[in-house]
Design a protein around this ligand. Structure first.
Ligand SMILES: [Cu+2]
Length: 399
């Protein structure tokens, strides 16, 4: 009894010390002016606060691994990479597309006719678990781990020596088609899709939203990925022929349709900052990030950039076919990491929800002891081991 009380007091002391050092209260959007929210000042400010909290937490020995703030890999925004690193990044991504599958067995192969490459094993795994990793408790943790494995493959299978970059959509939100990511030169992420004129607006039943055509629509035509062949999907695209079965072989070009209508409505600094600061409960934060449970925000920053990329990126099931998926989810993971670290004691290990999309069909509340499935990508991972970017198999932070 005395021991418990003493421990409780000690913890209380440590927590209050942490609060004092890290800058007290979790920031709110009302702490900033609309201008500071719109121009990124607020977002950059809170991301620095999150890093300080993270550093403080780690420097006080709260980590159980040898991963430290100092030796963790530091992920950077794509456009801050030097040109040579960008090129080696896209070359390694292409390498996985040209490599035979590494996990699928000969016995399994007949059931997955569209899986022709190591990269396809990622696409197929995402297809297989789509309804178990979106609008679920493990949306953030599963995608965090999924892109971590891809980053490891770039390094271990394709000789990449850099880190996984992320794509800060807010920098491109107002004019996505002019982004340096998509210039189509050899140091870019490849071009937009070839422009297809005379298209009409599209109505999306699930969101009951009508959107205008984007600035591309056809095949990526220059730079990295201009000559890649996509094998799986699409399963859910409007205005197109979708495949009849999940893993059908459907060879075609990589398509994009950069669409600023989405990014200017869902991926501005105002969108990012209000989502980050106005949702203090994980239930709300994960839903609003994905555009669920909101009458006005039907896509969230997650859906906004998927549909903003368009083409292959907008197919719910097979979107990892476009390597852009992985730097998009790098930003989603950065976003989650900032949210966690803004109130690290309460948010590091908080989860909410089940393992079925929108809890349909109903399933059990997930726990941190549940195993997250990675199919052809890698062995399953314990949920609680990937809540911290310094824990379990992970050792990275964002800049
Ligand atoms: Cu996904």
């Amino acid at each position: 009894m005395y021991t418990t009380l003493a421990t409780g007091l000690l913890l209380a002391t440590l927590v209050s010390a942490q609060v004092g050092v890290s800058g007290a209260e979790t920031p709110k959007s009302s702490d900033y002016t609309p201008q500071q929210i719109a121009d990124g000042t607020a977002f950059n400010n809170v991301s620095r606060m999150a890093l300080e909290n993270m550093q403080y937490n780690l420097s006080h020995g709260n980590t159980t691994t040898n991963c430290t703030y100092g030796n963790a890999q530091q992920r950077q925004e794509w456009r801050t990479l030097d040109p040579a690193t960008r090129k080696s990044f896209t070359s390694a991504a292409t390498c996985l597309m040209n490599m035979p599958p590494t996990h699928m067995t000969a016995t399994e192969a007949p059931y997955y006719p569209g899986v022709k490459s190591r990269h396809d094993e990622y696409v197929a795994t995402h297809i297989n678990y789509t309804l178990n990793v979106h609008d679920t408790a493990d949306f953030f943790a599963w995608h965090r781990t999924f892109i971590h494995f891809w980053e490891q493959d770039l390094k271990n299978l394709c000789g990449y020596t850099g880190v996984l970059p992320y794509w800060n959509w807010a920098l491109d939100a107002e004019s996505l088609q002019d982004s340096p990511l998509f210039t189509g030169d050899e140091y870019s992420m490849g071009s937009n899709g070839k422009y297809i004129a005379n298209r009409t607006d599209t109505w999306l039943a699930a969101q009951d939203v009508t959107y205008p055509p984007g600035t591309g629509g056809g095949c990526v035509y220059s730079g990295p990925f201009a000559n890649v062949t996509v094998h799986l999907g699409p399963l859910d695209l409007p205005n197109t022929n979708n495949v009849n079965s999940s893993f059908q072989y459907n060879p075609r070009c990589l398509e994009r349709d950069l669409n600023p209508w989405f990014t200017e409505n869902y991926n501005t600094y105002t969108n990012l900052t209000t989502t980050l600061l106005d949702n203090i409960y994980i239930t709300d934060f994960q839903a609003i990030t994905q555009g669920y449970n909101s009458a006005t925000n039907k896509f969230g920053v997650h859906g906004g950039a998927h549909w903003g990329g368009g083409g292959s990126m907008s197919d719910f099931h097979s979107s990892p076919a476009d390597p852009l998926f992985f730097i998009h989810h790098g930003m989603i993971d950065r976003f989650f990491t900032i949210w966690q670290n803004l109130d690290i004691y309460r948010r590091q290990n908080v989860i909410s929800g089940t393992s079925t999309l929108g809890n349909s069909p109903p399933s059990a509340e997930m726990t941190l002891d549940d195993m997250l499935p990675f199919g052809f990508v890698a062995a399953d991972v314990r949920f609680g081991d990937v809540m911290d970017t310094f824990g379990g198999p992970l050792c990275y932070r964002y800049d």
